[in-house]
Design a protein around this ligand. Structure first.
Ligand SMILES: [Fe+2]
Ligand SMILES: [Fe+2]
Length: 282
């Protein structure tokens, strides 16, 4: 009989009210000195990111509707994860409000109108194993994506906003790690399936073209911001964390969040209507 060991679950502890109080207002100087186009790009980005974090509640509720199939350790991890993601949702609401002036009531309205469609993502939702592998894929993608956002946007709007960016990167890394711990502790016998399954997730993401408001695979809406080989590199990071391969070099990892399309100094705004990059941002 195989004995499952106890996964070591972690959680970071930070208090949102201490970092970004509800009534926080960004000092004018940061708007004046931010790189040209940075404010506009940041608002554009947040108008999507805010709600993707909030979609964690819908994914949580979907998984909980099948909680009888999940282990106690998995459910314990999910509780920690949801608390963090909802904190991220509130943190981004405050960030977005202080940057753009969009009211909390308007954000509530926008969020309540969202339709969460889990149907296209069925392969990721089959069981605890597929959920954990998808979570690893999604969370490590978020680590590099927030690292990019931090360098391009968060850091230009003062220490409080910058700290939010730092916490996001750290928390998503912790979620990645917790999912890895669970896979190693409870699903050792299926580790041989991970590589093929990751390729399937990557293909699915490529075919989706849009984001179905399911928390998972929200980068489908942001693919233009990352190099073409982004998924292949993060797949290698995941395999390495599970002891199934070699970690990419630091140069390869750096490229994930420092890459910009040729001819640009910053990733420009993407016009979803024309599917083209808008004017260059220097
Ligand atoms: Fe998050
Ligand atoms: Fe996360």
């Amino acid at each position: 009989m195989m004995v499952a060991c106890k996964p070591k679950l972690g959680q970071t502890h930070w208090v949102l009210d201490q970092v970004l109080p509800l009534d926080y207002s960004i000092p004018e100087q940061y708007f004046t000195h931010a790189p040209k186009g940075g404010w506009q790009n940041f608002c554009n980005l947040l108008s999507r990111d805010v709600y993707s974090e909030g979609d964690s509640q819908a994914l949580h509720d979907y998984v909980m509707s099948r909680q009888a199939d999940m282990s106690a350790d998995f459910l314990a991890m999910l509780r920690l994860w949801l608390a963090d993601e909802l904190k991220h949702y509130e943190a981004l609401r405050r960030t977005y409000h202080s940057l753009s002036g969009v009211s909390f009531a308007a954000m509530d309205r926008c969020f309540s109108e969202r339709v969460h469609d889990f149907e296209p993502l069925q392969i990721t939702l089959q069981d605890e194993f597929t959920l954990l592998v998808t979570l690893m894929f999604d969370e490590i993608g978020s680590v590099y994506s927030y690292r990019r956002d931090l360098a391009e946007y968060y850091q230009h709007f003062g220490p409080n906003i910058q700290k939010i960016g730092h916490h996001l990167v750290k928390d998503e890394g912790m979620h990645f790690n917790n999912a890895a711990e669970l896979l190693l502790a409870r699903h050792q016998h299926r580790l041989g399936e991970v590589r093929t399954f990751l390729e399937k997730i990557s293909q699915l993401e490529g075919s989706l073209k849009t984001y179905y408001k399911t928390f998972f695979l929200d980068h489908a809406q942001e693919q233009y911001r990352f190099p073409k080989h982004f998924n292949q590199v993060i797949i290698r990071v995941i395999l390495a964390r599970l002891g199934l391969g070699q970690r990419p070099t630091s140069k390869e990892l750096k490229e994930l969040w420092q890459w910009v399309p040729e001819g640009y100094k910053l990733v420009p705004i993407f016009d979803t209507a024309t599917r083209r990059h808008a004017a260059a941002v220097s």
